[in-house]
Design a protein around this ligand. Structure first.
Ligand SMILES: NC(=O)c1ccc[n+]([C@@H]2O[C@H](COP(=O)([O-])OP(=O)(O)OC[C@H]3O[C@@H](n4cnc5c(N)ncnc54)[C@H](O)[C@@H]3O)[C@@H](O)[C@H]2O)c1
Ligand SMILES: CC(C)[C@@H](O)CC[C@@H](C)[C@H]1CC[C@H]2[C@@H]3[C@H](O)C=C4C[C@@H](O)CC[C@]4(C)[C@H]3CC[C@]12C
Length: 369
């Protein structure tokens, strides 16, 4: 990209731009990327809030499309300088079939890569996931690890398998010649559990608590740490990487970076209570109220029920064998690779991240379930 620090000349494409993370990336690009001339928002489901963004100085182009359709991706990509690829099926609850998860997350990512090569788009930032690493199926803890920490990444669930395959495709594509003869520069970002305004799982916990009279029941020991990162900081890291990839291609190209900030290390449930307690919910039990074997039995019954009911209704409870295993396995990161490679520092402090998330939950009070 030409050195046009302040002159708006660049075209960005964000796939999945109407999603939880995508919306924050889209809004932050419009606020913080002065080189932006056009922002293309590509999503299977376009959101109505996009219309309000069209009043600004940057041309916002909403494109309804499917990443599994190569021609739609190529058409959206044509003429763009940077693509931030966040579109994906984030499903560990059995909502989509393994085949569909693979088709969207893996084939869709291949289509994005092929479109870069075909149209000459030179910079690709991919939203990967901590799950590319773990927790693995053996339940091995990953305690404050970094991008170089040895860990046996062994997966069986369709979602982490798809993220690992897609990330591999992205990293292997680094250096491929795109139309025009220049090299493709790729990078993969691995957020841990993202939280913040618009997080559907947090919303599910909140309404589950309301259904039980303001109470949530502990299922995971407080000692099990689960890494979390604020959505605004994840969005900021994507924007910084997109900005720095050209100047630092040799260093950053083909690299992976965990997304991190100053969010505290806590169990998944205790961390959620940082936002749900101020909104009137209580987590019952200093220790899990049920023995682990009984939780495993209940999770397995949920999986059986999901299978039996599938012809009639989609039953997707929070508790299933995979989510129980994940929640009970420590997975936290401690790294500064992003800071060392491209000067990343969290845009939002823990206090700001917590306040913004609490305000969002509070705004849900009284809203339609
Ligand atoms: N939420 C997390 O905790 C988390 C953590 C790590 C990584 N990630 C990754 O971040 C990305 C975004 O996740 P999210 O939490 O915002 O999920 P999300 O479901 O809110 O957003 C995904 C977006 O992709 C779109 N999409 C799905 N299938 C599509 C298709 N076939 N074609 C075009 N668009 C399609 C959806 O409509 C949605 O707007 C995903 O790649 C996910 O794997 C999420
Ligand atoms: C019912 C209890 C056992 C409860 O504690 C279950 C919590 C469970 C729903 C979550 C525990 C860990 C979460 C996952 C983790 O934060 C990382 C993820 C990677 C990301 O790419 C997608 C989301 C997720 C899989 C996230 C989903 C919810 C949990 C499994």
């Amino acid at each position: 990209m030409a050195d046009s620090a302040q002159v708006p000349t660049l075209v960005y494409l964000v796939t999945g731009g109407c999603g939880f993370l995508g919306e924050h990336i889209v809004r932050m690009l419009l606020e913080r990327e002065p080189r932006l001339r056009e922002l293309r928002v590509f999503d299977l489901h376009l959101s109505s809030w996009l219309e309000e963004l069209k009043a600004g100085p940057v041309q916002v182009t909403a494109i309804q499309g499917d990443v599994t359709q190569a021609h739609e991706v190529a058409a959206a990509m044509s003429g763009s300088h940077v693509v931030i690829h966040t579109a994906g099926l984030v499903d560990v609850f059995g909502k989509a079939s393994p085949k569909t998860i693979h088709k969207v997350n893996v084939q869709g990512t291949k289509n994005v890569i092929d479109a870069c090569v075909q149209t000459g788009t030179q910079y690709l930032v991919y939203t990967s996931s901590m799950e590319v690493v773990g927790p693995n199926i053996k339940g091995h803890p990953f305690y404050r690890g970094n991008e170089d920490t040895p860990y046996e990444a062994v997966h069986s669930h369709p979602y982490p398998c798809s993220k690992a395959l897609a990330e591999q495709l992205v990293l292997e594509a680094n250096g491929r010649k795109v139309n025009g003869g220049l090299p493709l520069v790729t990078c993969a970002l691995r957020p841990t559990g993202i939280y913040g305004e618009g997080h559907q799982v947090m919303r599910d916990f909140y309404y589950q608590g309301l259904r039980f009279g303001g109470r949530l029941f502990r299922a995971v020991p407080a000692s099990v740490e689960h890494g979390r990162v604020y959505v605004g900081n994840v969005a900021w890291m994507h924007i910084l990487v997109a900005r720095e990839l050209e100047q630092r291609a040799a260093l950053m190209g083909g690299q992976v970076y965990f997304c991190y900030d100053k969010s505290p290390y806590k169990s998944y449930e205790d961390f959620n209570m940082e936002f749900l307690s101020p909104c009137g919910l209580r987590l019952i039990g200093a220790h899990p109220l049920l023995p682990y074997w009984l939780l495993v039995l209940l999770a397995t019954l949920n999986a059986l029920l999901q299978w039996l009911l599938r012809p009639l209704v989609l039953y997707t409870p929070l508790l299933n064998p995979y989510t129980l295993a994940m929640a009970n396995t420590t997975f936290t990161v401690s790294t500064n690779k992003a800071q060392r490679h491209f000067g990343y520092k969290p845009l939002f402090s823990w206090e700001e991240s917590r306040t913004r998330t609490i305000q969002w939950v509070q705004a849900m009070e009284g809203s339609a379930w």
